[in-house]
Structure formats: structure tokens, C-alpha cells
Design a protein around this ligand. Structure first.
Ligand code: MCN
Length: 794
């Protein structure tokens, strides 16, 4: 909708430019690194050069002699203060939960693990002094590969655990009563496909590295951190260190991206917290990019063995998934849960009658894995969308036609899937038809046939990905059943200021997602106030004392719904005041376009601003009415939100060099009711960039000794805008039915959808050569090699 002036009720659905842009784009804002406090010390961290070793000797004395150095310490020195880093999601009763000291005490288990800290008057002195610390290590055997780690006699990452298996988690539709038996489906099947897909490791590449400042000098210990989760961080600090929660304040100032990489309670935050308490002085730690890559958490890293059973008419009858998920050496806050989230998404939009999922988490001598944009759902979507294409090829059916034969029809919602979730709404046909139209599907298929016919060295491939995902995390009830350590509710508060301006406090914690803009749009419509009269406060446990933060594309569906509820409470609270001012019965009033008016009587009424001023003076309030228009709300939606869509990608693959060019990309996403189309398009674009990056460019590689070979942007290719195609976006809007906004999450949708669309397109281009799979990232070398191998196998 294009609206040129402020109109009550016209904000939602409007392309508002972001309130946040000026400060974020110019950088004139409060990043954690900009915080400087009197007497502040700068920390530098010495990290293990070995992937597995016993620490036999540490001597920090020489470092202490260097100019500017104030202190140096090891894990042993702060053993009583540092606590153990927590894992919030032990997915089974017997999940192995190894101790996780922020600063290693006796043993290191991955390269980059913190082993000693220097505190100095400036950052450079602290960094230089690290070289003077003497450490002796006794190397221990290393295991990096998951299958090696599970073999008999493998070196153990945690000797005490007696195993490298962290857990095994199973979902079986026959046992759960949500479907049939996969073994039976397989033995009855006319077609059985068995495939292995490998999800390479990825490294979150947010713009602002992880940074933390801790000030212990006030009445509370204040931590500023570039985090996605200030509320969870405060709770974890309190629970793990014993410092009372009300004596800790956590602030997430403007945060330069996270993508799941800052959905973490980091060793560095705990080290800074312990150091500040130990010295009684403010401390700061800002990591280098290489430290992020070496010791921050990584994403993906799964081996997926999939068996698909079907009939020759294309109907799918069973799906079985056996997964190995690399945990790394320690468990971050949701490490074990990430693949379990994926368990609910392998069946995707299809009506599988039988399903079995089994996942084992495996410890290795690598940095831990954890959430990375999509967390479990991109991996699942990739596998199912790849194998659906394989089935289409096997049956010689158009891949979109095959999907149509199996997906849930728009009149079948609400639909309970074989994995046990109930999808509330969707329209897969409408999104797919729109995508095909925008893409020019049939013309491109014709061009593909011509190029195949003429033997053109540059072949055209068409890739499809029809996805759904579960986001908007809530509901707490289901998270509890999955043994997640927290709930999924969210909070919002609305404060009416005497002049009618509005302050909103949200428990969400944006780090690039534009909540200030979207939340202002919601409030402007609900309270009938101008967009610019709304201020959104977030990310500080002193102002927003309760919240569950931002991840899992939950903020709008959960936090936005809480905001609607708080607005409704304000409107209800002001009604008797407006009636008093208008000298009428509250029952005769309606609230329309920001005004309380007597029903059926047009003309001047009273605005919320009138009521706010009346509350402030409190000279003439109705009897029994409190002088307070503020309202708080906590909302825990009944269901997840299930956005969906169809992405189509056309690739030109040079069969002589292996070079892949994305020629066109169409994304039609259905994220329910849209609050701000510009923001949604931005989220889709960014998400697709990350999905394409997995398909074509990014991979974290360790050698067999556990050294990270891709520890800089020279070796780890994050694509720039010049490497990415123009993206054509379209939209269908099927509102979510479970909450008044009707909105579904969008923050991860693009990433989830795009990776299989791109790889399907590459494989499609190379089918005539006999290529049926290429391991990601599909670099020119891998594509070229796949063509060569396929030719040789013929
Ligand atoms: N929105 C909308 N209409 C909808 C859905 C969403 O206008 N129907 C808007 C929302 O108002 C919000 C934005 O889109 O401004 C994203 O909303 P939502 O889908 O609720 O996702 P979250 O705000 O919870 O963000 C989390 C999500 C995740 S999980 C990752 S990872 C991610 C992402 O957001 N990391 C990001 N997008 C990112 N964007 C930036 N710039 N930086 C990151 O680190």
C-alpha cells in the first residue's frame, strides 16, 4: 500500500523506511566497542593452538612485566568465579552434558579454546603480552570426523563421558501415533531412493564481532554485550556464577548482526564478567574476526542419510532420516536442540503417511556448533527438496508436478503432519503458480531443451524449492515437551506519556531486524497515534526486565502479538476516562481512528492523548479509576507460525569450467499478514544471500589435527553483493490463524528455501551428463569434477 501522509489505521502493510537507518548506516550509535569507562582494562585472550591437549604448565610472570599490563590469569585463578557455561537444551534424559569452563583449566578440546587472559591499560598491550605467556601442552589424540568419533577405540573428547555420543533422539510416527511404519512403507514401495546429503559447516559472519564490556562499580554489575539474548544472558550469568540476578544488568546496545551466532552465552562474556569482579574495575573485550571464526560457534555440519519410499504414480509413502550432527567439543545453549528442530521439517509440505527420524549428536575436537540462520530447518528442507527432485527424475515427472501430487491442499488446513505439528494455514498452489509466472517457468524449460539439444557447453538448469518452516518459537507447552530449558512467551509494555506520546518496551532484542519501525507501525494503528510519536525501547534488562529475546523468527509473531495485547489493554483502560470527559456512558463509546466517540455520533471525540493528560493531572478522574494508562502483556501463542513459499532458480553451468552463474531467482513467500513489505523484502533478500552462500561458496574446513583451515575471509568465501543475483520477490498472504496479527515469521525463510533451489538447479543442468548430486559448496572445481566422474562412470 502506498500512503503519503499519516492516516490512523494505515500503517500496517505500508512500506515505511526504517527508523533505525540513520544511526545504523552512519554508524553513529552505541556499539559495545564504543563504550569507554574510567579505569577500564582491556582483555586479550590466549587461545589453544592444539585441538586436544593436557595443560601441564602455565607461567604468566613474564607477561606481567610488560608495559601496560595490569594482570594475567588462567582458568585455575578464576575457578571459583567463572562457573560452567550452561546448555539450555538437553534433548533427552541421558544427554551427555560435559562441564564447560569458560577458561580451560586442565585440558583443551578444540583449537581456539581460551587458556589465559591478559588485562592491560590498552588493547595493543594486552594483545602483545599474550606472547610472553608460557604454556606447556601434552598433546592428546584428536578426532574431527563424526564417523571416526563413533568408531570403536576413537579418542574421547571427554574422557569422563566414556563416549563421543552426546545423545540419540528418535521420532517415529508409528510409535507416536501420528502415522504408519516406515519399514512397512519401504517394503511395500514401488520406488525406494536412498541418498546421503552432507551439510557442510558454516561460520556466522555477522558484521560486528562479539564484544563485551563489564562494569562492576555501580550498584549492579552491568554488562554491555553484542548479543541477541540479553535476558537469557542475565539469567545464565546469575545461575552459573551465583551472583544474584537482581545485581546483574545486561544491555544489548545496537548490535551489528547475529544470524544465530549471537544466540549464545559465550566463554568471553563469562571471562569478562569474572575479570571485572576479580579486579573491581571495568573491562572490555573485543574479538578479532579470526577469533570469531576459530572459537565462535559454527552452524550446520550434519550427515543426512535419507530413504524415501513412493509409488510409481509419484505418491510418497514413507520417509526415514538418519542423522549425525556434529556438536563440536562442548555444548552451547541450544547445540543439541538444533537438529531436533529439523526433525519436524523433513516431511515439509508433503503428506507422508509414515516417518522416522533418528539423530545422534557427536562430540569432536572442533569448536561447538549451534544456531545459524534457520537452525535445523534449512538442513531438513535441503534434504527433502533434493530427494524430491531425485524422485521426479526417477519417475520422469516435472519436479513441480511431483510436488503438487504430494503437498497439503489449501482446503486441508489445519493439517496435522506425520511429525505431529498442526499447520494452521497455507496455500502452496497459489505461491507456486505465482512463482512460475514471475519466473517464466515454461519458457525456461523450452530454452533448456534447446540447449540440451544443441550441445551448448553452457547448460541451463532449473531448480525448485517449495518450503515451509516452523518459527515464531513459542508455544512454551511444546518447547517443554521437547525438554527446552525456557519458555516461548514474550512481553510488551505500553507507556502513555502525558502529551500522548508513547513508549513501548519489548522483550525482543533486534540486531538488524527493524523492530523499532515495525513495532511503531503496529502501535500507530492500534492506538491511533502518529508513527513518529512512538519510541521503542529494548535490549536493557533495567528497562525491559522480562523477555525471551530474538531468534527463531519469533519476534513479530510472539512479541508483536504481546504488543497488540498491551495496546488493547490501554484502549480499554482509557475508555472510562474518555467517557468521563465526554460525559457519557462508557458502553456508548467506540474507539475509531484514534478517537473515542459516542457510537453513531460523528464529530469531535476524545483521543488517547486527551486521556493521558487527564491521567497525568488526575484532577478529575472518574471514581475508582487509577491514574495510570500503562499496560503490560505477556503472550504465549497456541502454535508455531508456518510461513511457506516457492523459490525458483535458473543457473547457467559452464560444463567446461564448472563455473555456475545464477541467471534468475524468484522468491514467492507467504509470511501471513505483512507489517512492512520493505522490511520483509530485505529479510528475504538477506536470507537468500546466506542460502546461496551455502550452496556455492562457504565451508569451514578442519584438517585431521583439528586446525581450522578457513580461519579468515581469504579462505572462507562470504559472497558480496557483486556475487549475488537480482532477486525477484512476490508474495501471497495467508494469515496465521492463531493470533490477531495474522503474521508469520520471515527472518529465516529466505535461507531455508534458497539452498536447495540453487543446488537443484545445478544438478538439473547436469542431468544429461549423469550427474545426480554435488556436495556443497558447489565450487567450480566440484562441479567440474562431478561432470568428469559421471562421464567416467558411464
Ligand atoms: N515482518 C513483517 N511482516 C511479517 C513478518 C515479519 O513486517 N509478516 C518484519 C518484522 O516486523 C521484523 C522482521 O520482519 O521487523 C523480522 O521479523 P521475524 O520474522 O519475526 O524475525 P525476528 O525479528 O525474530 O528476527 C530473527 C531472525 C533470525 S532467527 C535470524 S537468524 C536473522 C533474521 O531474523 N538474523 C538477522 N534476520 C536478520 N536480519 C539482520 N539484519 N541481521 C541478523 O542478524
Amino acid at each position: 500500500m502506498t500512503v503519503t501522509e499519516d492516516q490512523p489505521g494505515a500503517e500496517v502493510g505500508r512500506d515505511r523506511r526504517r527508523k533505525e537507518d540513520a544511526r545504523l548506516i552512519t554508524g553513529r550509535t552505541m556499539w559495545t566497542e564504543n563504550i569507554n569507562l574510567p579505569g577500564m582494562l582491556h582483555l586479550a585472550i590466549l587461545r589453544s593452538p592444539l585441538a586436544h591437549a593436557r595443560i601441564t604448565h602455565v607461567d604468566v610472570d613474564a607477561a606481567l612485566e610488560l608495559p601496560g599490563v595490569v594482570a594475567a590469569f588462567t582458568g585455575r585463578d578464576v575457578a571459583d568465579m567463572q562457573g560452567s557455561l550452561p546448555c539450555a537444551w538437553p534433548v533427552t534424559e541421558d544427554t551427555v552434558l560435559p562441564g564447560y569452563p569458560p577458561l580451560a583449566v586442565d585440558e583443551v578440546r578444540h583449537t581456539g579454546e581460551p587458556v589465559a587472559v591478559v588485562a592491560a591499560r590498552d588493547r595493543a598491550s594486552a594483545q602483545d603480552a599474550l606472547e610472553a605467556i608460557e604454556i606447556d601442552y601434552e598433546p592428546l589424540p584428536v578426532v574431527v570426523d563424526m564417523e571416526d568419533a563413533l568408531a570403536d577405540g576413537a579418542p574421547l573428547v571427554h574422557e569422563d563421558a566414556g563416549t563421543n555420543k552426546c545423545y540419540t533422539w528418535v521420532l517415529d510416527s508409528a510409535e507416536a501415533g501420528t502415522g504408519g511404519d516406515v519399514a512397512q512403507a519401504k517394503s511395500d514401495a514401488e520406488v525406494v531412493l536412498e541418498r546421503r546429503y552432507v551439510q557442510q559447516r558454516l561460520i556466522p559472519a555477522f558484521m560486528e564481532p562479539r564484544s563485551v564490556v563489564v562494569d562492576p562499580t555501580g550498584d549492579q554489575i552491568t554488562m554491555w554485550s553484542a548479543t541477541q539474548i540479553p535476558h537469557i544472558l542475565r539469567l545464565m550469568l546469575a545461575m552459573s556464577t551465583g551472583v544474584p540476578e537482581h545485581k546483574i544488568r545486561v544491555v544489548a546496545p545496537d548490535v551489528g548482526g547475529g544470524f544465530g551466532g549471537k544466540l549464545q552465552v559465550t566463554p568471553e562474556e563469562f571471562i569478562a564478567f569474572a575479570a571485572a569482579r576479580r579486579f573491581g574495575r571495568p573491562v572490555k573485550f573485543v574479538e578479532s574476526r579470526s577469533e570469531t571464526m576459530l572459537s565462535g560457534h559454527h552452524g550446520r555440519d550434519q550427515i543426512q542419510d535419507i530413504t524415501l519410499s513412493a509409488r510409481r504414480d509419484g505418491t510418497v509413502t514413507g520417509l526415514s532420516v538418519k542423522l549425525l550432527a556434529n556438536m563440536g567439543a562442548y555444548l552451547g545453549i541450544v547445540t543439541p536442540g538444533v537438529p531436533v528442530l529439523g526433525a519436524f521439517m523433513f516431511n515439509a509440505i508433503y503428506k507422508f503417511p509414515a516417518y522416522r527420524f533418528e539423530c545422534s549428536g557427536v562430540f569432536t575436537n572442533t569448536t561447538k556448533t549451534d544456531a545459524y540462520r534457520g537452525a535445523g530447518r534449512p538442513e531438513a528442507t535441503y534434504a527433502i527438496e533434493r530427494i524430491m527432485d531425485e524422485l521426479a527424475t526417477e519417475l520422469d515427472v516435472d519436479p513441480i508436478e511431483l510436488r503438487r501430487r504430494n503437498w497439503i491442499q489449501h482446503d486441508e488446513f489445519p493439517f496435522t503432519t506425520v511429525a505431529g505439528l498442526t499447520y494452521d494455514s497455507g496455500n502452496y498452489e497459489a505461491a507456486t503458480d505465482q512463482a512460475m509466472e514471475l519466473f517464466g517457468y515454461h519458457e525456461l524449460r523450452r530454452e533448456q531443451a534447446e540447449r540440451r539439444e544443441s550441445g551448448d557447453p553452457v547448460q541451463l538448469g532449473i531448480g525448485v524449492s517449495t518450503y515451509t518452516e516452523m518459527c515464531g518459537l513459542a508455544p512454551s507447552r511444546i518447547l517443554g515437551q521437547l525438554r527446552y530449558g525456557a519458555g516461548g512467551w514474550e512481553t510488551a509494555s505500553v507507556r502513555m506519556l502525558p502529551t500522548g506520546k508513547v513508549e513501548v518496551i519489548t522483550g525482543t532484542s533486534p540486531h538488524g531486524q527493524s523492530h523499532e519501525t515495525a513495532w511503531s507501525q503496529i502501535v500507530a494503528d492500534r492506538l491511533g497515534v502518529p508513527f513518529d510519536d512512538v519510541e521503542v525501547l529494548h535490549g536493557d534488562t533495567r528497562t525491559s526486565h522480562k523477555g525471551l529475546d530474538t531468534y527463531g523468527s519469533r519476534s513479530l509473531a510472539v512479541g508483536g502479538t504481546a504488543l497488540v495485547s498491551a495496546c488493547e489493554k490501554v484502549v480499554d483502560k482509557a475508555k472510562p476516562i474518555a467517557a468521563h470527559l465526554l460525559e457519557c456512558d462508557p458502553a456508548d463509546l467506540e474507539f475509531v481512528d484514534g478517537q473515542y466517540r459516542v457510537k453513531g455520533t460523528p464529530g469531535a471525540g476524545k483521543t488517547l492523548a486527551d486521556c493521558a493528560l487527564a491521567v497525568f493531572t488526575a484532577h478529575d478522574l472518574p471514581d475508582g479509576v487509577e491514574a495510570n494508562l500503562d499496560a503490560d502483556a505477556v503472550v504465549d501463542p497456541e502454535n508455531f507460525s508456518f510461513p511457506h513459499g516457492t523459490h525458483l532458480c535458473a543457473t547457467e553451468v559452464d560444463t567446461e569450467t564448472g563455473q555456475v552463474k545464477i541467471r534468475s531467482y524468484v522468491a514467492v513467500d507467504d509470511v501471513g499478514t505483512v507489517i512492512n513489505p520493505l522490511i520483509v523484502d530485505g529479510q528475504v533478500h538477506g536470507g537468500i544471500a546466506q542460502g546461496i552462500a551455502q550452496a556455492l561458496y562457504e565451508e569451514a574446513v578442519y584438517d585431521e589435527d583439528g586446525n581450522l583451515l578457513t580461519g579468515t575471509f581469504v579462505d572462507y568465501t562470504v559472497p558480496s553483493s557483486a556475487d549475488l543475483p537480482d532477486i525477484i520477490t512476490g508474495r501471497t498472504e495467508t494469515p496465521a490463524t492463531g493470533h490477531p496479527l495474522g503474521a508469520k515469521g520471515v527472518g529465516e525463510a529466505g535461507t531455508i528455501a534458497s539452498t536447495p533451489a540453487v543446488v537443484n538447479a545445478i544438478v538439473d543442468a547436469l542431468r544429461p551428463f549423469g550427474v545426480s548430486d554435488i556436495r556443497m559448496p558447489c565450487t567450480p572445481e566440484r562441479v567440474w569434477q562431478a561432470i568428469r566422474d559421471a562421464r567416467a562412470a558411464r
